[in-house]
Design a protein around this ligand. Structure first.
Ligand SMILES: *[C@@H]1O[C@H](CO)[C@@H](O)[C@H](O)[C@H]1NC(C)=O
Ligand SMILES: *[C@@H]1O[C@H](CO)[C@@H](O)[C@H](O)[C@H]1NC(C)=O
Length: 793
């Protein structure tokens, strides 16, 4: 009250000069407002075809230059600051706001190694060179190369008999157990393939193995092998016989593990972070990678010993039978020494600021490689990223103002366990969940000619649309989309893990895509994580004229631009909802038939019906409140009507009476929620299209209608932006709490491969009836909450 009086007195005291001054300021402010309003509501975009400017910039192709720069020097994670600076300067030169973001993380660097085959008197019979051949014409294979090693492989010097364990899958170890072959106290020799290598080590360690040898079997190269007359690299497209696949043996998506720095699980490794024992995520036994040439005498020694193996276990080496061993008269001495330390890594970011910074599009690629080259993995992607920076820079220079921000991100430490991206995601989780629309990843941008897409289904529509705009190289080859339909059957894969999108999608619920050109069955063998993944290989076999690098740069630039400039964010929510239902039908197929008529016990039913409060809270924050209506979080249809006066009081749920239901009823009920979501999403998408049309024809509207439309779209966009956040579960997956996404996860037994409805699926696999019901409840409630959010506009 007093304040008000003071204010009146103060205004009365102002003289006429004051008043004129004030009026002028108000008038000026009004004019500025009107000009701004005009900008937002009245004018049509000044530059009509930003797409053409991007394509024009990419008529020039500098990918080869960038690739040469990155793939000429060693650049293992946390080393080569020169390339950090190079990247930062390029971003800056092209007009992006460039920054370097560092983390202190736990890494291991190779120091020494040895592998000897010993006879029954422990005399050395053979010493493996553990080195890839040098080829004069390929300069990064010649001198000062990075040793063959496996990141995070434990230090040790062990001597033991050894056993061939096929791919080292859980099934393989189960087969060995059933056939009386023990790996306890032995060294496991596994071939690469099917699952992430770190899980092979995890499973071997769990079986009591004391060391692991990982090798590449030519049988897994398919068609293009010397046995079919193909010459080996560098003369021909087949794998060089001395080629060794390096890599990380972190446990990645395995039970109890997560990506990122193993000493800071779930939180970021900024300087001074508290450290924990890393051994939930990394192993304790020494491991070495080896070529098929060098493993030959070792496996040959097992010939005729142990058990005969099933046909599927036989590899492509023809001088022995692939029996399991052990051979009591042959042992291996395996020695590996690495330096483990906490050391800085550097992410580089380049931001093209848009008018709307709260709706950002991210494009990420990592920089670090296991070898001097790394031409395919990851620097084809880095070359593409710089080309994107150049094209967007040219667009910005032409006077174009981005609508939503586009931020380029060049990660460090991906190879060891998605470290740079994960630590950043954990550090900036709140901001990212609030501000990011989508994350586009390019890791191996080019290793062949076949276009491959993996994505969160909301992105399918825009990914297909942009592919229609670009021609595929070659005479009469049609569009990139024609190629994609022909070669990939129009199929966009699910995301699992294995690259930097993992934290964005599976931890933060941000729609993501992974984009690149892969090799087909008749293409040159991709020399993954070997010295031969070099500039020379790329120029001779991978992408001769760098045309696929250029095409990828065009494609990703245009996808990002389209997501940035389309007034109504161009997601198809119905594609997502349809896929949810389709995945659910696949899950239904693995439900044991005997469960269907089984009664659901009271407490499990209460779990299914009611919501756990903290789940609501976390969804509330990650969707910024756009989706959460607390009243809807119970399935009233299962309650006796007179028993539920306070349905919102979730803590009361256990004491409420509900109708009897069988597992089959619950299954049907969950499916029904997904069907409803599909309908709601379809209506919502129709509304999106209509809003976009009204926006495009806004000159026909009165100014107040334009203002109204502006705010309608703003609200609608937030629902689109936060849609996927609804499928996070605060407590994460069973025994993998870091993985919060309830629809997409990497398989706990495979590491890379994507898996859908992991919570439900794993509970069924574990034959855990009540846990299955709990996860059905989580899915059903997410679907109901999301649908309600979409339909209450
Ligand atoms: C490696 O080879 C390059 C080119 O052949 C040469 O310039 C360089 O001095 C060599 N480095 C070492 C450490 O031998
Ligand atoms: C590893 O162990 C073997 C056998 O016990 C021994 O001969 C060798 O010297 C050891 N190597 C190192 C580097 O300690």
């Amino acid at each position: 009250m007093d304040l008000e009086k003071d204010y009146i007195v103060a205004t009365r005291r102002q003289g006429p000069v004051h008043r004129i001054l004030k009026l002028t300021i108000v008038a000026l402010a009004l004019v500025v407002c009107l000009v701004k309003l005009d900008f937002f509501f009245f004018t049509v975009e000044k530059i009509e075809h930003p797409k053409d400017i991007v394509l024009d910039a990419l008529k020039e192709n500098l990918a080869r230059n960038w690739l040469y720069t990155y793939a000429s020097e060693k650049h293992l994670a946390g080393t080569n600051y020169g390339l950090v600076e190079f990247t930062r300067k390029k971003f800056e030169q092209y007009g992006a706001k460039a920054t370097v973001d560092d983390y202190d993380v736990y890494l291991s660097y190779p120091e020494d190694h040895a592998l000897h085959l010993l006879d029954k008197h422990d005399k050395v019979e053979y010493t493996a060179p553990l080195k890839e051949d040098a080829f004069e014409e390929d300069p990064t294979t010649v001198n000062d190369t990075i040793p063959t090693f496996l990141g995070y492989g434990a230090n040790g010097n062990v001597t033991a008999n050894y056993v061939y364990v096929n791919y080292g899958l859980t099934e393989d170890f189960a087969w060995l157990r059933e056939n009386g072959v023990s790996v306890e106290g032995k060294i496991a020799v596994a071939r690469y393939g099917h699952i992430f290598r770190g899980l092979k080590v995890k499973f071997a360690q769990e079986q009591g193995a004391v060391g692991v040898l990982l090798y590449t079997d030519p049988a897994d190269d398919g068609e293009v092998v010397p046995a079919n007359g193909y010459k080996q690299y560098p003369e021909g497209p087949a794998r060089a016989e001395s080629s060794v696949q390096r890599g990380s043996v972190q446990f990645l998506g395995g039970v109890g593990a997560q990506p990122g720095d193993p000493t800071t699980p779930g939180y970021s490794s900024k300087k001074g972070a508290e450290r924990q024992d890393p051994h939930n995520s990394i192993g304790k036994i020494p491991v070495l990678p080896i070529s098929y040439r060098d493993v030959r005498p070792i496996l040959a020694k097992l010939n005729g010993h142990g058990k005969k193996v099933p046909k599927a276990w036989k590899g492509g080496l023809d001088d022995f039978e692939y029996t399991t061993g052990p051979n009591p008269e042959a042992s291996l001495n395996l020695y590996s020494k690495q330096t483990f330390k906490i050391t800085p890594i550097w992410n580089v970011y380049g931001e093209f600021e848009g008018e709307n910074k709260n709706e950002a599009i991210l494009i990420g690629n990592h920089r670090d490689a296991w070898i001097k080259g790394g031409a395919g993995d990851p620097n084809s992607g880095t070359a593409i990223l710089l080309e994107i920076a150049r094209a967007l820079g040219q667009l910005q220079d032409s006077g174009y103002k981005f609508k939503r921000s586009i931020i380029l991100q060049n990660w460090d430490g991906e190879e060891y366990g998605l470290i740079g991206s994960t630590e950043f995601g954990e550090y900036a989780s709140k901001k990212l969940q609030k501000d990011v629309v989508a994350y586009l990843n390019v890791d191996v941008g080019v290793q062949g000619k076949i276009f491959q897409l993996s994505a969160s289904p909301v992105l399918n529509k825009v990914l297909r649309k942009v592919a229609l705009w670009l021609p595929y190289p070659g005479k009469d080859a049609g569009s990139l989309y024609d190629h994609f339909k022909k070669e990939a059957g129009d199929r966009i894969h699910n995301l699992g893990s294995g690259s930097d999108y993992t934290v964005f999608l599976e931890h933060l619920g941000i729609p993501s895509a992974d984009i690149g050109f892969k090799s087909g069955p008749k293409d040159p063998i991709y020399q993954y994580h070997s010295n031969y993944d070099s500039f020379h290989w790329m120029k001779k076999f991978g992408d001769k004229g760098f045309v696929f690098h250029n095409l990828a740069a065009k494609y990703i630039s245009l996808v990002a631009l389209e997501l940035s400039k389309h007034k109504v964010i161009e997601f198809s929510l119905n594609d997502y909802a349809k896929d949810l239902l389709w995945y659910f039908q696949q899950v239904k197929d693995i439900v044991p038939k005997k469960w269907l008529d089984k009664q659901v016990p009271h407490h499990a039913m209460a779990h299914y019906i009611a919501n756990e409060r903290e789940v609501v809270e976390s969804i509330y924050f990650s969707t910024q409140g756009y989706y959460t209506d607390r009243k809807i979080f119970a399935f009233e249809e299962f309650l006796e009507p007179y028993q539920c006066p306070h349905i919102q009081r979730m803590t009361m749920m256990d004491t409420l009476h509900h109708k009897k239901a069988s597992f089959g009823d619950i299954l049907k009920h969950t499916e029904h929620q997904l069907e409803n979501l599909e309908k709601d999403a379809l209506l919502f998408d129709t509304e999106s299209i209509s809003l976009q049309e009204r926006h495009e024809n806004r000159e026909r509207l009165h100014w107040w209608q334009r203002i109204k439309l502006h705010f309608e779209i703003k609200h609608h966009n937030k629902l689109i932006q936060y849609f996927e956040r609804n499928f996070l579960y605060e407590h994460g997956l069973h025994e993998r709490p870091w993985f919060k996404h309830i629809v997409f996860a990497s398989g706990r037994l495979t590491g890379y491969a994507g898996q859908t409805w992991p919570g439900i699926r794993e509970a069924i696999e574990d034959e855990d009836f009540e846990r299955t019901i709990k996860w059905l409840g989580i899915a059903a409630k997410a679907a109901k909450r999301t649908g309600a959010g979409l339909s209450v506009e």
